[in-house]
Write a protein that binds this ligand. Sequence first.
Ligand code: DGJ
Length: 765
Amino acid sequence: MGIFFDPENRLFFIETLNTTMCLMIADEEGFLVNAYYGAKAGRDDLRYLTGGACDPSVPSRNNRDRGCYFDKVRMEFPSGGTGDFRTPIVSVRDAGGHDSSLFTYVSHRIYDGKDELFSGLPDNRTVRMPATFSGDSKAQMLEITLEEKVLGLKALLSYSVFEDSDAILKNVKLINESDSTVMVDKLLSSNLDLDLSAFGNNEPDLVTLSGSWARERRMDRRTISRGNTEVYSTRGESSHQFQPFFALCDGNTDDSYGTVYAQTLVWSGNFVCGAGMDQFETVRAYIGISPVHFSWDLAPGGSLQAPEAVLVFTKDGFDGMSHIFHDLFRTHLIRSPYLHRERPILINNWEATYFNFNADKLLDIARDAKKCGIEMLVMDDGWFGKRDDDNSSLGDWFVNEKKLPGGVERLSDELEKLGMKFGIWFEPEMISPDSDLYRAHPDWAISSPGRVPTRIRNQYVLDITRSEVRDYVYECVAKILRSAKISYVKWDMNRQLLDLGSAGLDEKSMGRLSYLYTLSVYDLQERLLEEFPGLLLENCSGGGARYDAGMLFYSPQIWCSDDTDAFERLTIQAGTEMIYPLSTMGAHVSASPNHISGRVMPFDVRGAVALSGTFGYELDITAIPEEERKAIPEQVEIYHSVGDIVREGDYYRIARISDTGLYDAWMSVAKDKNRALLTYVQCKGSPQNNKRLIRLKGLDPDKKYRLKLIGSEREDSSFCSHGKKEAWKLLDPGEVSGRSLMNAGLLMPVLWGTYGQLMIEIICI
Ligand code: DGJ
């Protein structure tokens, strides 16, 4: 890995383990052009790849037709109004309202290390933005300074690489060095122009993740053509609906093979990303903060920092892409001391009781949970103010003594006596119209003058961009945490931002609000972790509406979805795992029939699916059938015995239910390839159906393995149509090489019933 400059040909080589990005300073005027990005190339004169970017068609030689040039060349930092008619990533207006701009090369520097990113709040508070860091690895940076001569702007384009990663990190900072304010209407973090030859000269596929509440992150794939295809959020959170992520790939790329160019954003607010082909079939792909609900008055001397974009290239299909994202996030983004630790197995009372609980009920749950080996009770929504449903009290973070006599302190003491840890739910960013806080400070809600703020879930959003509001919110949360032994916080956010208006911003800077809101969330969480460094923080947003790389900087785990139905989770979790490590994925066993879908599923299948994530329970343990309660210690034991493979290993998709219609299967393989975990979930019995051969992945072909069926000892296990022993006999290959498991595969038996599961540990001998 490394970053190199070839002064003779004016080429930058940004190299990772297996990839090269080559940027070129083109023409005397110094346009920054992308010469190449893909599999590792030599440090050769790659200008030949840029075709029209070089002589003789450069503007300095062909000034009569500049438009032809800019509309054709693979621009690295495209702006608008000066010849490139494609989508710009930067858009600025001068004091007179003119919006043309063109950025050209001034200088560059290459240096060791990885810079942190900073931005500021209106009260001049500096906030460190979430971004990757070098940790124990070597890192290098390239900072290219471009200038917009007429407007007096500088754009600092930064590129970073780590010695142990195939990702390239990019960010942009815009600085106003002129004497007058300019309005920034758009500043995306990354643009990538690619020749169609990157996709074998075929129109590429665009993969995104989309969904809704309780249906998050389903894989969408379509072939793109001329014109842009975009996904976005304008909701003030990364959203249930789309992810700040896309992958461009060959039409035949699958989980195991094929070209993938993927990008994501280390940001938790509004975003846009997309791709499209132009008239010459060049593909332009971009990602950054959405220009919708955004403008930034950039005063003389001021700067605007765009969040970090993560770029990944691989020839190893979606599994290869996921490995790069997972390893990058585990090594260079998640800071929590819990990252590599076994997380406490928790039981959350939300689906057990909703708002209808008191301390006795929680302690009953905790007592039974403790007997089963569960380690932490999480008290969810409804413990404060007079909140007996979702119509009131957000903002009134005072314990409801009717429900919890003696307060949180007494409950945490009781739990400690039981040997249980204690976690608590907050929704700090919100305010109910029916709350003492709103009655005292109606102006603290984000709102637009003359417009009654729109209610969602009967609540408003607090304007945490104002320091007095942010301080109030912080103190509310911190005071509770100081008052008791609390190991874990679930930080929820259950509505989107609308009616954007802040009493703290004037008309010129109102367009900053959605950006500043996200920054304020980061500021609050950073303060919390500074004061409570041992706290395990789990982010959540009505399920998984804030599952993004930005949040991982603060919390090592994020609640994946309010849909805890294990069948639905197969698809939701597979989408989530495209980008995010399994160790980050909040996954719990819930009651059957499931509260959202009504689906009835065996307990062991619910367990197998939840064991792919951070693992816990979301049910009334005092009310579930006795045989289910008896089965919990075994699941707990499985988590303790193989959780490290899930947490630290490489994840492989073996079969998707959306493809097979019968079953789903995935693996985690330890980095040394000495242990692996295969999880197979049957979703349809279909005894006469033979399509059950699966090929394992990621093992060492030359090593010998044995297979161990996990949980097979249990008498009440109900997974086999042939009886347990016969099924295992049919499947178990005895001692077998990795080569056979990967090339010849395993023939999975038809399990008894509709749903069934097999968790198989694969152990090197
Ligand atoms: C939404 C979360 O996703 C749920 O788990 C639960 O905490 C509720 N909010 C509580 O209101």
